[in-house]
Design a protein around this ligand. Structure first.
Ligand SMILES: *[C@@H]1O[C@H](CO)[C@@H](O)[C@H](O)[C@H]1NC(C)=O
Ligand SMILES: *[C@@H]1O[C@H](CO)[C@@H](O)[C@H](O)[C@H]1NC(C)=O
Length: 233
């Protein structure tokens, strides 16, 4: 009897650290506190970051993003509408922080939304990452909800990867940090129309955000885009 009891105790002791570490990992996988809108290869994109803050695992999973709107019906009831957002890189093997990208292209529910509409709009962007990554094979999910005010138009995430002498290092302290970049302060739809004018009228060059702490302002937009492709991971 004595030995049976201690065996139970022993197996509990052996089990507990495992459970604790699984729980701890669930807390360390997460999304950035904000999302950004900037240009990638000449396309306006919404993006946000996903990372495993402990950084020493490889996690395998799928990212989803959903736009949720609450619409009041004539009789006062509220209906929840949701739309899936296309994600360019849905399947993720997370070893270093990943940037999740949604292109603001025709078909995106955000295509006609400019930076000013964004501030007036009322939706929730719910993003999730469902993954396995430990020997138990258990599924975990981490989620975050971005409000329109969490979406920063004209910013990009700071580079977290530093190349050292022998290997790269990831500076997790910069996970949520962004900097200003030049980005058209127009909806993607207006921006596309400006670049491929339908009517013969002389279209104005896209309005660029006034850029703080950025020396690229006197470059022409093409050079600017190229420069930004290098700076935005
Ligand atoms: C970044 O923001 C997320 C979400 O708010 C938070 O959980 C995380 O601790 C932050 N990371 C850093 C390094 O500030
Ligand atoms: C990153 O953001 C944190 C929190 O806002 C701030 O304390 C820190 O100085 C920032 N780091 C850089 C390099 O901008």
């Amino acid at each position: 009897m004595y030995s049976a009891a201690s065996l139970t105790l022993l197996s509990l002791v052996l089990l507990l650290p495992k459970m604790a570490s699984a729980r701890k990992r669930a807390q360390t996988v997460g999304f950035s506190s904000c999302a950004v809108v900037n240009l990638r290869d000449g396309v306006l994109c919404l993006s946000w970051r996903l990372g495993d803050l402990r950084g020493n695992h490889i996690l395998d999973g799928v990212v989803r993003a959903m736009l949720v709107r609450y619409v009041k019906q004539p009789l006062g009831s509220i209906v929840m509408l949701y739309q899936d957002l296309d994600i360019q890189n849905r399947d993720i093997v997370l070893a270093t922080p990943a940037t999740i990208i949604h292109k603001l292209e025709p078909g995106s529910p955000l295509y006609s939304l400019g930076p000013e509409d964004l501030l007036k709009d009322d939706f929730e962007l719910v993003v999730s990452f469902t993954y396995t990554g430990d020997s138990t094979g258990m599924l975990h999910q981490t989620r975050i909800c971005y409000m329109p005010t969490d979406i920063r138009w004209g910013q990009c995430f700071q580079d977290m990867i530093k190349v050292g002498k022998k290997r790269y290092k990831v500076d997790y302290a910069l996970f949520n940090n962004t900097t200003w970049v030049s980005v058209p302060m127009l909806s993607a739809e207006e921006y596309d129309r400006g670049r491929n004018p339908v009517e013969g009228s002389q279209s104005q060059s896209p309005l660029f955000a006034s850029v703080k702490r950025n020396k690229h302002t006197d470059m022409n937009p093409d050079v600017l885009e190229e420069a930004m492709q290098h700076t935005c991971l």
